[in-house]
Design a protein around this ligand. Structure first.
Ligand SMILES: Nc1nc2c(ncn2[C@@H]2O[C@H](COP(=O)(O)OP(=O)(O)OP(=O)(O)O)[C@@H](O)[C@H]2O)c(=O)[nH]1
Length: 320
């Protein structure tokens, strides 16, 4: 039942003129570019709806708020703000501001709700809701752009792998986590053999394709938790959590064999290449990423010196 049906003129406003004043205030509320409604907090009966509300949600007579303002509700809304609007003594707490996407028109609203005493003494919810769909759209676009910018800042453009910065960030995070439990961490460094020859013989673009093909080949061979990155040029590295030297060396050997067997399509014939690997592992309690990478780099250097296309491993002493 609507206010006008009840001839519900506020009795305690101090305004003179009764219904005339009520009509003036209703005219003001009707002129707002926002939803204003009042609903009984116990029965959910809609007692007032301004013009904006009627234009969007229709006639409110004999409708409960959740029937009028939302679609496909079979009872009071799960997100109903009523519990936020009263304290433990059942007294109004003040204005509650929240955002919601309306299920009838799909638009976003900023809602300012408060419990007030209606003219007849009952507690009602007054809601003033402004359409913030455009602001939400801009916020979402901004979030998406930020996400893309973050991804670009951490991704190697050529291969799509973690770039050097992201590799160190994620790697150090992984070491920090392992340090508490003293778990074993391993690092594999790998470097394409005689990569300069590929560039010199086939051109830089073919060299780029070889780097991309290597990245695409390595990625699926590693676990989700392993951190693979391109450190620069034709040098890559992997951080393996919970991995000792033996298993890490076995993984490096598997990668070496796969690289040796892969081919990059190219006319008149595919390009093949090999890579050298350096592996280091130790307890995260005694070592950090820099130290282990340095050790793996030494092992890689040894592999290059020993003839390339091989894996060399080192177990650093904790106090070295
Ligand atoms: N195509 C391409 N080449 C790159 C890129 N970054 C570095 N390089 C090339 O990688 C080559 C590295 O050469 P070197 O450091 O001499 O190493 P290498 O020829 O692989 O020899 P070894 O490592 O000793 O087996 C150089 O020719 C660089 O120009 C890149 O992003 N794309």
């Amino acid at each position: 039942m609507s206010i006008s049906q009840q001839n519900a003129v506020p009795q305690d406003t101090g305004l003179e003129g009764g219904a005339e004043h009520y009509r003036s205030i209703a005219t003001i509320l009707d002129s707002l570019d926002a939803l204003v409604y009042v609903a009984d907090m116990n029965t959910h009966e809609v007692l007032f709806l301004n013009r904006y509300g009627k234009e969007v949600w229709g006639d409110f007579k004999d409708k409960l708020c959740w029937q009028l303002l939302q679609s496909e509700q079979t009872g009071p809304c799960r997100f109903c703000s009523n519990p936020k609007l009263l304290d433990e003594r059942g007294e109004p707490t003040g204005v509650w501001v929240w955002e919601m996407r309306n299920t009838v028109n799909g638009r976003w609203y900023e809602c300012r709700d408060q419990a007030i005493r209606w003219w007849d003494g009952r507690l009602v919810r007054l809601e003033i809701a402004t359409d913030i769909t455009e602001r939400k759209r801009l916020e979402q676009e901004l979030q998406a752009a930020l996400g893309r910018a973050r991804e670009m800042a951490s991704t190697d453009e050529l291969t799509g792998l973690n770039n050097r910065r992201a590799f160190f960030e994620l790697g150090e995070q992984s070491f920090r986590q392992a340090r508490r439990s003293g778990r074993s961490m391993a690092v594999i460094m790998l470097d394409i053999d005689h990569f300069k020859r590929i560039n010199d013989t086939h051109g830089h673009q073919v060299g780029d394709r070889a780097l991309q093909a290597l990245a695409d080949t390595l990625r699926p061979l590693l676990r989700e938790a392993d951190i693979l990155g391109r450190l620069g040029g034709e040098e890559f590295a992997v951080v393996l959590s919970d991995t000792g030297l033996g298993p890490a060396t076995a993984i490096a050997e598997r990668l070496r064999r796969v690289v040796e067997a892969m081919a990059v399509e190219q006319e008149p014939e595919p390009i093949r290449f090999t890579a050298s690997f350096g592996v280091a592992a130790g307890s995260a309690a005694d070592l950090n990423l820099d130290r282990l990478l340095g050790e793996a780099d030494q092992a890689l250097y040894k592999a290059k010196r020993a003839g390339r296309n091989r894996v060399e491993a080192v177990l650093p002493s904790p106090d070295a």
